[in-house]
Design a protein. Structure first.
Length: 136
């Protein structure tokens, strides 16, 4: 079953993100979670069975493009189609709110994840990602 996350899911979702190696010291996962579930143009979906979260994904729409973040599946549950189902749920949700295109970022060293997205129809864009941290 895939459903929208609530505040009660925070710990389980962040634990999945951490176990999948998606968190970084400079991005507070609690703040990321809170912003996403409280935003009107963002969503976190959870795949669960018997009230146990096996996968999660965050998606959002900035008014120009849809974005996918934090797609994580518990290691013991990989290869069962959970990641694909979560990705499809984000695609459906983003299409329903008017996003014309979806973008995502994958670390260049993460070849397995690049292959996962490639099989789902995603292609490498000819752009560079640049970033800057803003003062808090």
């Amino acid at each position: 079953m895939i459903r929208s996350a609530s505040e009660d899911d925070r710990d389980a979702v962040i634990a999945l993100w951490e176990s999948a190696g998606l968190t970084r010291p400079w991005n507070d996962p609690i703040e990321d979670f809170n912003r996403a579930i409280n935003g009107v143009t963002s969503e976190i979906f959870i795949s669960e069975e018997n009230y146990i979260a096996h996968g999660t994904v965050m998606c959002g729409y900035d008014g120009h493009r849809g974005w996918i973040y934090y797609l994580a599946v518990a290691e013991s549950e990989r290869g069962k189609g959970i990641g694909t189902s979560l990705l499809e749920k984000c695609e459906e949700w983003l299409a329903s709110i008017g996003a014309p295109k979806i973008l995502l970022m994958v670390r260049t060293s993460n070849v397995a994840v690049q292959e996962f997205y490639s099989k789902a129809g995603y292609t490498v864009e000819e752009t560079s990602v640049m970033g800057k941290f803003l003062p808090k």
